[in-house]
Design a protein around this ligand. Structure first.
Ligand code: HEM
Length: 393
């Protein structure tokens, strides 16, 4: 809980801090990576620095946390903290790194605010930072303690690589040493480190899809502009060994909820849907499930046969598709959920590009689905969470 001393100071300055974040974050990141270039080797994604999403997500989440403390003094924004902690844990982040971010972030805040960064203002925001850092550290410690091993990354050998749709390849890995494997839960992801052109290790997260027992399987769409996916697609060969983290991620099915499910995806966002369907087909085949998918065409749609196969084996499951290619899919053009019948009392899981999910979410909310029943997974830093309504409405 924020102290009585800091509360009015945070209240008075949250507007200006929020406004200045776009100016503060580039300075913060520049100074941090100058002092600690090693953080770009295996920890931070350079691509997310370049496009600015990660710095914004990090600094923005602190402002969002502060605003939560002001509006709900007795609670924390658990969902946001959990998402961030899972992402951190997948990268092997340790508590001793928190002072590094603190030092450079607060250096940048002080430089930007100038005289307005009085000792009171700095002390109040310091308190916010450490409340958030301590909450994250605690969750991260809990996540690490649930693993079957005490390493952050273990070596895995690529045993198969097969195209599954236009520009999309499935990779299956087996352990390359005797590190015990933590079992994954449907919807979770792993971080994989790939050595890029200049020798740095770059981590990326990929959702796990069903695999043979004791293996890890991912499905990757090539982004020709990307730094990592072209290497996976073109350079990594069967027999190569890569470093892979334990499974993390909290967008998973609630074992205590037995009502209807709506699984919504676009493009490569199908991967968590495949993982959920696999779990449901094995454990709860009678479940009422509505699968909604949007894609460019049949050929571009990864896992289409798999999805159809799961749905055909589940008597109460139904698939509806929107494909841009003329004459393909149940409907043409963009997903319009009013063309499908959303079951009463359903929990919804979405994965796909942000604009797609924002559109589907507003359609669902207008159609009467409560915001709290709509869950989503974003590939990449989640800027949506900074706008409270996506999480709490
Ligand atoms: C990701 C917040 C400390 C490294 C993130 C994200 C947020 C965040 C909001 C984006 C999560 C997502 O949606 O994917 C914070 C806050 C911190 C903190 C509030 C302190 C209170 C740290 C520290 C490090 C770190 C100390 C390491 C020195 C990372 C990395 C990512 C990340 C590597 C992954 C995203 C990427 O590379 O693009 N953090 N973080 N964070 N954070 Fe933190």
């Amino acid at each position: 809980m924020l102290s009585e001393k800091s509360r009015p100071v945070v209240e008075a300055t949250i507007g200006i801090i929020g406004e200045r974040i776009p100016n503060i974050t580039p300075v913060f990141y520049k100074s941090m990576f100058e002092a600690r270039p090693d953080l770009l080797d295996g920890m931070f994604s350079r691509a997310n620095q370049k496009n600015g999403t990660q710095p914004q997500a990090l600094a923005g989440s602190i402002a969002m946390f502060a605003s939560h403390l002001l509006n709900h003094p007795d609670s924390y924004p658990d969902e946001v903290l959990s998402r961030v902690a899972h992402k951190h844990a997948s990268l092997g982040l340790l508590p001793e790194e928190y002072p590094t971010v603190h030092e450079h972030l607060f250096g940048a805040i002080a430089a930007d605010l100038g005289d307005a960064a009085t000792p009171e203002v700095v002390a109040a925001w310091d308190e916010v930072y450490w409340l958030m850092a301590d909450a994250l550290i605690k969750i991260e410690k809990g996540l690490y303690s649930q693993q079957a091993n005490d390493v952050m990354f273990a070596p895995f050998r690529l045993i198969s690589k097969e195209p599954v749709a236009e520009g999309v390849v499935a990779f299956e890995f087996e352990p390359a040493d005797d590190t015990p494997m933590t079992p994954s839960v449907a919807g979770q992801y792993i971080s994989i480190q790939v050595v890029v052109m200049d020798g740095l290790r770059q981590p990326r997260q990929f959702t796990l899809v069903p695999s043979d027992p004791g293996h890890r399987r991912i499905v990757v769409r090539e982004d020709p502009e990307g730094e990592v996916s072209p290497i996976l697609h073109e350079d990594i060969a069967v027999g190569d060994v890569l470093e892979i983290s334990n499974p993390y991620g909290d967008v998973t099915l609630d074992p205590d909820f037995h009502g209807p499910l709506v699984l919504v995806s676009a493009g490569i966002g199908i991967t968590p849907v495949v993982a959920f369907l696999d779990q449901l087909a094995r454990e709860d085949p009678e479940r009422e499930v509505l699968v909604l998918h949007a894609d460019r065409s049949e050929a571009a749609w990864p896992g289409r046969e798999l999805v159809r196969d799961y749905v055909s084996r589940m008597p109460n499951a139904k698939l509806v598709s929107w494909l841009a290619a003329p004459g393909e899919g149940d409907f043409a053009g963009h997903m319009d959920v009013s063309q499908a019948e959303i079951p009463e009392g359903a929990e919804v899981f979405m994965c796909g590009p942000l604009a797609f999910m924002q559109s589907v979410r507003s359609q669902l909310v207008s159609g009467g689905v409560p915001g709290r029943s709509i869950h989503y997974e974003i590939f990449g830093p989640d800027l949506w969470m900074l706008h409270d309504e996506a999480r709490t409405a």
